[in-house]
Design a protein around this ligand. Structure first.
Ligand SMILES: C=C(O[C@@H]1C=C(C(=O)O)C=C[C@H]1O)C(=O)O
Length: 470
């Protein structure tokens, strides 16, 4: 299925977009922008509300409010259909953007399924108002159905859509009414046997690596799940990860099928003709350090010096380099991975940058084009890709939906930033969410250890939701 004609959801299509510098907006007479925010525009202060889209890291990034248009796409051509919709939409918009740099002007938030055969909706959302903050400044973009947009319209939209400032920092609900993770020992056992089957396929030479994941259900009977609160907690406690939230479908109840989490893995960023990626594969639970051992030495020994972890990482980095080779003549990647420290785990990580080669028309490929070329890497699928994807379908026995798919944003100049939707989940309704975690499986993998690794990866999002540990 492909994107249909504009508009996808609203009766009236957006026709214009205006970007203003936050300083100008805050300085205008009767501005609704709090002076405290103008002085310190840490986006985590406005990361609230039920209809918020976000992509933030340490207070920088983008937060979107409301919905001016969206597109839902599925199937193998979901990337091209989304791209076509966005190109058509932005060509038709009258854009006033004096700042004219990455992420200013209209931006869409997007989430796409891991598998082409998934029945889950992929898509893009163009929020009505976006607040952006990077090292060079802070701006606000309003998308409107009116041909002429003024500063007053941006102020009115701010008043209507932007929540009250919240202090940055994590807060957790009362343990007495905390949500619970539904324990399912039989599902854990069958997941371990799927891992053993995966190891079997590798031993038979059918695969070299595959990534197997499982889902955990969280329920909150006493009160609605606080997903905005979880986003604020993740953004505060995991400030080196990208906190994301996108609702592709437009449900009257905004909690239905909302994707959320905080990922440490950047699939691809396109910024002014350059590509950036952070590949992760190889994991160590920080809670596993034996007493009396220096944690840094332990991490070095168990990750950098361990052939199993290095092999897992090698597959992931090779798959990325292979898929970007057609788009660049010059790739820079450190010869050895480094150890990335997160509050819950250490990962083997490699940062990659590349100069994109312009096509005959002088433009470089768009972020979404690269996302399509790169997804799925062996960090979340396996090697060889197609055989691993088939094994995942057979062994996991679930539709991954948006988990492990690309999530992020794109602008109208082909810039964008996409991560892999990990360390999070999908809220199903006001009282229920499904969270996901997976691990790379190689010949030396031990099922019980992989199960423990998924638990370590689930800790951040469970903690952010206030789930009481079992
Ligand atoms: C699959 C996940 O994580 C991926 C798998 C990793 C591994 O196997 O070591 C590490 C980081 C991610 O690339 C997940 O978090 O669900």
């Amino acid at each position: 299925m492909s994107a249909s004609d504009l508009p996808s959801c609203n009766d009236q299509p957006p026709v214009s977009a205006l970007t203003v510098d936050l300083r100008d907006l805050a300085a205008a007479a009767h501005s609704p922008v709090p002076q405290a925010f103008a002085a310190d525009p840490d986006l985590r202060q406005i990361l609230d509300g039920q209809r918020t889209s976000c992509w933030t890291i340490g207070g920088l990034g983008l937060v979107g409010f409301g919905r001016a248009a969206h597109v839902v796409v599925t199937g193998e051509d979901r990337f091209t259909a989304a791209r076509d919709w966005w190109d058509r939409l932005t060509t038709q918009l009258h854009i006033t953007d004096p700042l004219n740099r990455s992420a200013t002007g209209p931006v869409a938030f997007g989430a796409l399924t891991f598998a082409r055969a998934s029945t889950t909706s992929s898509g893009l959302v163009l929020p009505e108002l976006v607040v952006g903050h990077d090292d060079d400044g802070t701006w606000v973009t309003l998308v409107s159905t009116q041909p002429e947009v003024q500063m007053q319209d941006v102020m009115a939209a701010w008043t209507r859509l932007v929540p009250q400032l919240q202090p940055v920092g994590s807060r957790h609900p009362d343990p007495a009414t905390a949500p619970v993770a539904v324990a399912d020992p039989a599902a854990d056992r069958s997941w371990c046997s799927a891992v053993a089957d995966g190891v079997g396929l590798i031993s038979e030479g059918k695969l070299e690596k595959l990534v197997l994941a499982r889902a955990v259900e969280v329920r909150s009977d006493a009160q609605p799940l606080d997903v905005p609160g979880a986003l604020r907690n993740l953004a505060a406690d995991y400030s080196t990860c990208w906190t994301y939230s996108v609702s592709v479908e437009d449900h009257a109840d905004p909690s239905v099928n909302r994707l959320f989490g905080a990922t440490p893995e950047r699939l691809v960023r396109v910024l002014d003709g350059k590509l950036h990626a952070r590949v992760l594969a190889g994991t160590l639970d920080r809670a596993s350090v034996p007493p009396g051992i220096d944690p840094q030495r332990w991490a070095q020994q168990k990750l950098l010096d361990d052939p199993k972890q290095r092999a897992e990482h090698e597959f992931a980095i090779d798959s990325l380099l292979d898929s970007v080779s057609a788009y660049t003549n010059q790739v820079v990647s450190s010869p050895d991975p480094f150890v990335l420290e997160l509050p819950n785990v250490w990962h083997l990580a490699s940062d990659v940058t590349a100069e994109l080669t312009p096509g005959p028309d002088g433009t470089v490929p768009s972020a979404l084009e690269l996302v399509e070329a790169i997804h799925p890497t062996a960090a979340v699928c396996g090697t060889p890709t197609h055989a691993a994807a088939e094994a995942i379908t057979q062994l996991e026995g679930m539709d991954r939906g948006l988990y492990a798919g690309p999530v992020g944003w794109l602008d109208s100049r082909h810039n964008g930033d996409f991560g892999i939707a990990l360390r999070g989940g999908v809220q199903r309704d006001a009282h229920r969410a499904e969270l996901y975690a997976g691990c790379g499986v190689v010949e030396a993998s031990v099922p019980a250890e992989e199960l423990a690794e998924t638990r370590a990866k689930l800790r951040p999002v469970l903690g952010a939701l206030g789930v009481t540990p079992a």
